[in-house]
Ligand binder design. Structure first.
Ligand SMILES: Cc1cc2nc3c(=O)[nH]c(=O)nc-3n(C[C@H](O)[C@H](O)[C@H](O)COP(=O)(O)OP(=O)(O)OC[C@H]3O[C@@H](n4cnc5c(N)ncnc54)[C@H](O)[C@@H]3O)c2cc1C
Length: 335
């Protein structure tokens, strides 16, 4: 166990003061003692993967951070399906690659999302028309409340947009995710694709929609517009999209606001709202609204949480003043 580790070194936005204790979890057997230590010392516990969707304040985290580093992936063919069991500390993108290479569909749209397998169901990651919930079967967890491991089936995870029981409601933070089970189908994604993906496919004359072909196209589309976390600190999409009822959507459309219909839900893309407010490419307190994707806020170097909070306030209030919608932050905050 390490003490006083800067959280900015454990997260992709590169903000945040020290974590009092940090422990790498490479075996589920370490968990009972780790949680016992936290209980005895009355410390909060926070599980961290790659920190690509997590922020910490400048005062840091006065508790125990458990780094999710369990490894192992198993792939089993069952008829037309591929059964995947991936440990929480694996890179999600590696699992996407392995399954796409074998010609199984269901995860290829999630190509290039930085982060671990264990974090993927927490906010039900999604991109290019796929969400992790579409192929997820069940999750093996360590339950910090009972000290036992158990299997949570998909239906009990209450997946929604960037939401699950793991980040919302009374059980948020209760479970350490150990392993995620997926079931993929032999086959391929079918058009219509997301606009940016279909534009790329058309432009390059690509008609091969096999998982590996789509994976390559998604990687290329992402590389064109998203910052590389290894070079440019960010936490990906900084704001959630705005969801509207049918009534609200009709009113918004009448005002010329862009509303998408996705999986039967009306969405105003927050990136569009920020762009229309004229903020794309602008910097606030050392944080820049990414000039190729307005939903992303990048740390231009050395910005602290306090600066980030000021930048967030500025963006939220300007969008609110123009459109009347209050943007909600997507990354989680350690507390
Ligand atoms: C450049 C960029 C692009 C991105 N693009 C997308 C995108 O297209 N779509 C999308 O959905 N997201 C996107 N994200 C967000 C991010 O990649 C995902 O949320 C990813 O799942 C984060 O993984 P992580 O391991 O870094 O999670 P962390 O930030 O470490 O953790 C996220 C949450 O999961 C919890 N957690 C992590 N591991 C476990 C575990 N083993 N057990 C229990 N809880 C756990 C943490 O406590 C925290 O609440 C992007 C981020 C960046 C930086």
């Amino acid at each position: 166990m390490q003490e006083n580790v800067p959280i900015k070194d454990l997260t992709t936005m590169k903000v945040g003061g020290p974590a009092r204790y940090v422990q790498e979890i490479t075996s589920a057997k370490q968990l009972p003692a780790a949680y016992q230590f936290a209980r005895e010392n009355e410390l909060p516990v926070w599980v961290l993967g790659n920190g690509a969707n997590t922020l910490a304040k400048d005062e840091g985290f006065g508790g125990l951070v458990l780094l999710s580093r369990l490894k192992g992936v198993s792939l089993k063919v069952s008829g037309n399906d591929l059964l995947v069991a991936a440990a929480a500390g694996e890179e999600m993108d590696d699992v996407v690659e392995q399954t796409a290479k074998k010609g199984y569909t269901g995860l290829e749209g999630l190509t290039g999302i930085p982060g671990t397998v264990g974090a993927a169901p927490v906010q039900n990651i999604g991109a290019y028309g796929q969400e992790i919930k579409d192929t997820l079967v069940s999750i093996e967890v360590y339950d910090a409340k009972t000290g036992k491991t158990k299997v949570i089936p998909k239906a009990a995870c209450k997946f929604g947009y960037r939401e699950s029981i793991f980040n919302t409601g009374e059980d948020a933070g209760r479970y350490f995710i150990l392993k995620v089970h997926f079931k993929l189908r032999k086959g391929q994604m079918k058009p219509p694709f997301y606009v940016s993906l279909s534009t790329y496919l058309e432009l390059h004359g690509i008609t091969d929609y096999s998982p590996m072909s789509i994976r390559k196209a998604v990687a290329a589309v992402r590389a064109e517009k998203l910052p590389d976390v290894k070079v440019q600190p960010s936490a990906g999409s900084f704001f959630k999209n705005v969801y509207l009822s049918d009534y609200e959507a009709a009113k918004a459309r009448a005002k010329g606001i862009q509303v998408w219909l996705e999986r039967g839900k009306n969405i105003v893309p927050s990136g569009w709202l920020i762009e229309q407010t004229g903020l794309k490419g602008q910097s606030f307190y050392g944080f820049k609204v990414w000039d190729k994707a307005a939903l992303i806020l990048v740390n231009e170097g050395g910005g602290d949480y306090v600066d980030l909070a000021k930048a967030r306030r500025e963006i939220v209030s300007r969008v609110e003043a123009k459109f009347g919608y209050t943007l909600e932050q997507e990354p989680m905050e350690m507390e």
